[in-house]
Design a protein around this ligand. Structure first.
Ligand code: C2E
Ligand code: CA
Ligand code: CA
Length: 567
């Protein structure tokens, strides 16, 4: 036992014995004994030139003595405060150094005064430093450091029911940040923090871990279903828009739940379980909550496998394209939309919704998109000349520089006329109303390329886009077509969009047309083009040739049934 160890029953408050000079010499350390923050006086006191990382031993060399070092360890391990008497040869004084743990931080303080005494400037200083080190400046929520400390403390030691941990991740936050700017992103984060706090009430504590990631700890014994109920409330709350600078933004939340000790009884293990559950929630379509289940681990491994093989898919020639016809209501085919497919060597055909977000996140989409455009143009050269080719552009591609040059070069190299190319973009791309976006679209327009606004009605549907950007076509999202015949609201919306587009001199395409009745309704309302299983599902290049040779015409449900039968 260290000889300098003070009586264990001695608790804060401490009072300096050295002199009457009550200036706060406070320093905050993480539990690896690295300096996090300190008062001004501390810097003077230790006389260190602060450059880079500072360890406790550098600041207080005298503490490196084994006896003192052991005492510090004891403070950390037992969370009980201790005082250490240190000689300060530089000043010829003796200092009493109080060492204690608060909010998961090691605090060293000389000339400490009563913690529960009157509010003095030293108290304010200490409180401010502690608050700063344990809270997130933007949202005011406790930060990751406090989260880890709280989690470690709350985990039950004896296998009893423990706390529930939730990991939250905002859906569609990145596009807000990327397109509306960080200022808007910050507002969304603040509003999101408020919304979570309100929904939680006294049912738990929310922490901001990083970026758009939050965590909630529900202390005490928790049963899964209670945590799930709370998570569902959160998800529902995030279905309401956030208003930022007058724009309504839809930023949802996905939640992963893990319960101790069932899903892990160490902080790290529980975090991993919640993370896996969060990933499952995202994968199942986001804006939902999932509770950890060991079977989910397999999915994570598959994701890693997929991610690794996606990087080499292009070189290995694993992508191919299917084409889905676009027809006029009279059944005349006007063109085809190119849809990307990936034939994975062992997992089979993977739909774009599964791998495009991954490719975007890994920065692969530009290269894949370039391949897609070139390949589709080459294949389309073999079609009769009056057919157009529609290609989707992902936001990640649209926002890269030199897009218009790359497109016009590709058209030149392949020898495909710009007038036959149609690019489909979604509203998310246009959120940033910069001249840049407008320039890109105008340049494409001048080149003779047609532009379609894809998935209209699902995202922001801001009418100002329609006024400001040169679209040739609006594609009404299949969400409104699905229940067209049963739901009068969908009818009203579709009718209005058709009127709106025509008033602005744009064409309207309805996507996801699955029945001849829907097709008939849309034709009667003056919709210009139809696309969907009712006309034809996406076709491989071979079957497309057949489709064209047969003198392509609307074949009602027959094509789809035949297609399914052939699969
Ligand atoms: P999208 O642009 O809205 O494409 C239409 C999607 O609807 C296609 O799914 C198509 O197979 C499906 N679909 C067509 N007719 C019907 C129907 O009658 N009913 C229903 N329920 N669905 C129908 P797919 O091919 O899985 O593509 C999904 C999304 O992936 C596309 O949505 C598009 O956003 C993206 N995507 C596909 N290919 C590319 C590409 O080359 N580049 C980029 N950036 N995105 C692509
Ligand atoms: Ca599309
Ligand atoms: Ca679409």
């Amino acid at each position: 036992m260290p000889e300098n160890r003070e009586d264990r029953s001695q608790q804060i408050p401490y009072r300096s014995e050295s002199d009457g000079d009550l200036e706060a010499v406070v320093s905050l350390w993480d539990l690896d004994l690295k300096l996090l923050d300190s008062s001004k006086k501390f810097k003077e006191h230790v006389g260190l030139a602060f450059r880079g990382e500072v360890t406790l031993w550098e600041a207080y060399p005298a503490l490196a003595k084994p006896a003192f070092a052991a005492l510090i360890r004891l403070v950390i391990d037992t969370r009980e405060p201790h005082t250490i008497r240190l000689d300060d040869p530089r000043r010829g004084k003796r200092n009493i150094l109080a060492s204690y743990i608060q909010a998961g931080l090691l605090i060293m303080e000389t000339n400490a005064v009563a913690l529960n005494g009157s509010l003095t400037s030293e108290h304010n200083e200490r409180a401010r430093l502690i608050h700063q080190a344990t809270h997130d400046a933007l949202t005011g929520l406790p930060n990751r450091r406090q989260f880890s400390a709280a989690l470690a403390q709350l985990l039950p030691a004896n296998g009893k029911m423990g706390p529930a941990l939730m990991q939250l991740d905002l859906d569609d936050f990145k596009p807000v940040n990327d397109t509306l700017g960080h200022g808007a992103g910050d507002i969304v984060l603040k509003l999101a923090a408020e919304r979570i706090k309100e929904a939680l009430g006294r049912g738990g504590t929310v922490y901001r871990l990083a970026g758009d990631e939050f965590a909630i700890i529900q202390a005490g014994p928790q049963r899964a279903f209670e945590a799930e109920q709370l998570a569902d409330t959160l998800v529902a709350e995030f279905k309401k828009p956030f208003t930022v600078n007058g724009i309504a933004l839809f930023v949802g939340v996905s939640v992963g739940i893990a319960i101790a000790p069932r899903d892990g009884n160490e902080g790290e293990q529980l975090m991993k379980a919640a993370d896996v559950a969060l990933y499952a929630a995202k994968k199942e379509g986001r804006r939902r909550a999932r509770t950890f289940d060991p079977a989910m681990l397999i999915v994570v491994e598959q994701r890693e496998l997929l991610r690794r093989s996606l990087r080499v898919a292009l070189q290995r020639d694993e992508f191919f394209i299917e084409y889905q016809p676009l027809v006029e209501p009279s059944s005349t085919v006007v063109g085809f939309e190119a849809l990307l497919r990936w034939r994975h060597p062992t997992l089979g055909i993977i739909p774009p919704a599964a791998f495009i977000p991954m490719a975007e996140a890994d920065g692969l989409m530009r290269e894949i998109g370039q391949w897609m455009l070139e390949e589709a143009c080459r294949e389309a050269l073999a079609w009769p000349e009056h057919y157009t080719l529609a290609v989707n552009l992902s936001p990640a591609e649209f926002l890269t520089s030199g897009l218009t040059d790359r497109i016009s070069q590709t058209l030149d190299i392949v020898g495909f006329p710009a007038e036959r190319l149609e690019l489909e973009i979604t509203e998310g791309v246009l959120l940033e109303r910069t001249t840049n976006n407008l320039d890109t679209l105008n340049t494409l327009n001048v080149l003779g390329i047609q532009i379609s606004l894809d998935d209209f009605g699902t995202e922001y549907s801001s009418l100002s886009y329609l006024k400001n950007f040169p679209f040739d076509t609006i594609k009404i999202d299949r969400y409104f077509i699905r229940d067209l015949l049963q739901d009068t609201k969908s009818q009203t919306i579709v009718r209005s969009v058709i009127g709106l587009a025509h008033g602005l001199d744009m064409r309207v395409t309805a996507e996801g047309v699955e029945t001849p009745q829907q097709a008939a309704w849309l034709r009667d309302e003056g919709c210009d083009r139809l696309q969907g299983y009712c006309i034809s599902p996406p076709l491989s290049a071979d079957r497309l040739g057949e489709f064209i040779r047969q003198g392509a015409r609307t074949q009602s449900a027959a094509t789809f049934d035949e297609f399914r039968a052939g699969q």
